[in-house]
Design a protein around this ligand. Structure first.
Ligand code: AMP
Ligand code: MG
Length: 322
């Protein structure tokens, strides 16, 4: 049985914050839907989100902060973003912004992208929790992959069962619909997902029309619709999958104990998939160095649990580029 605490219980928020700071998973209410939170400064904690949801791929997550002033510790607030933050934060609007160089923020949280999705929720309990954690919290909807977004604590318990350390029960969510997502990282703001704030209201605050996902297709520099985000981060070097040993010039990305001595890096020497997910993006970035290597050869990763998401990422990185 999953532990559930009423949000209003004395000590509930400090207990939830303690669990998050220790790398645990806590489901909490926001005004949109219940989120499955992990501290966003810890790669292993963020990997736990994907494990608990059973997602077959790493999609970038929304990072939550208690107030706008905290956002510029991790992201660049562009002029468009400032306008939208003034108009809709705290509230059901997520902004995709350039990640700040050197920000203390998991690479997995943004799936290796140079941008990060950020939101300041309006829900008082969510903000009190975020204040208490005193660090950014990554949180997708608190449901198993492929299931409906949860708007009550009972939905979360039914979907995630014992895969979450604590559920904070704040009653039904007021909006009950996901946040709207606007990519404000580029020259022209784009609506990536319709949601809790209407597109017309966003356009009124911006003073100009949003690029809609269906218009952005051919324009290489423009953002993609959420479903197309898959192109994500791809290393510049060619990737060879299911390798047993490096060929001359290749960096070998090993997994598990029986790695060849010549391995350049190991995703997890103990064969732990959560550790492998947590180190994947950092190691790909590190090995993607044409001054040292001609290519990257990746060991075989078991196609179970988080291994499926790791393999999905590696396969995309290895696919011929268009
Ligand atoms: P969820 O957390 O379940 O509400 O879904 C978050 C969604 O936000 C992802 O599936 C993406 O579509 C979108 N998203 C998050 N981060 C980014 C980003 N850096 N760039 C573009 N879209 C993003
Ligand atoms: Mg979701």
């Amino acid at each position: 049985m999953t532990r559930t605490l009423p949000l209003a219980d004395p000590g509930a928020i400090s207990e939830a914050a303690r669990l998050l700071r220790a790398g645990g998973l806590v489901a909490f209410p926001t005004e949109t839907v219940y989120g499955l939170g992990a501290i966003a400064t810890d790669e292993t904690a963020v990997a736990g989100i994907f494990e608990a949801k059973g997602r077959p791929r790493f999609n970038p997550l929304i990072v939550h902060l208690p107030e706008r002033a905290r956002v510029d510790e991790i992201a660049e607030i562009t002029p468009d973003a400032a306008r939208l933050a003034d108009a809709f934060w705290p509230g059901p609007l997520t902004l995709v912004l350039p990640r700040k160089a050197g920000a203390d923020l998991s690479l997995l949280a943004s799936a290796g992208l140079p941008t990060i999705a950020v939101r300041v929720p309006a829900h008082e309990g969510a903000r009190a929790l975020l204040e208490a954690v005193d660090a950014p919290v990554a949180a997708p909807s608190a449901n198993a992959s492929g299931r409906l977004s949860p708007s009550t604590a009972a939905h979360v318990a039914a979907s995630l069962r014992d895969r979450v350390d604590l559920i904070l029960d704040g009653g039904p969510c007021a909006v009950g619909l996901e946040s709207a997502i606007v990519d404000a990282s580029g020259a022209r703001p784009a609506l990536l997902r319709p949601g809790g704030v209407a597109a017309e209201e966003i356009e009124a605050a911006l003073g100009r029309p949003l690029l809609r996902a269906d218009e952005s297709g051919a324009d290489a520099g423009s953002p993609k619709a959420p479903g197309m985000l898959a192109s994500h981060y791809a290393p510049g070097l060619p990737i060879r999958l299911d390798a047993r040993a490096p060929r001359p010039g290749e960096a070998f990305l090993a997994f598990g104990a029986d790695a060849p001595a010549a391995a350049a890096a190991n995703l997890s020497p103990t064969g732990d998939l959560r550790e492998a997910a947590a180190t994947l993006f950092a190691l790909l970035h590190e090995l993607d160095d044409p001054t040292r290597y001609a290519g990257i050869a990746a060991a075989q990763i078991p196609e179970v649990g988080l291994g499926r998401a790791i393999n999905d990422r590696l396969r995309r990185a290895a696919a011929p580029r268009g």
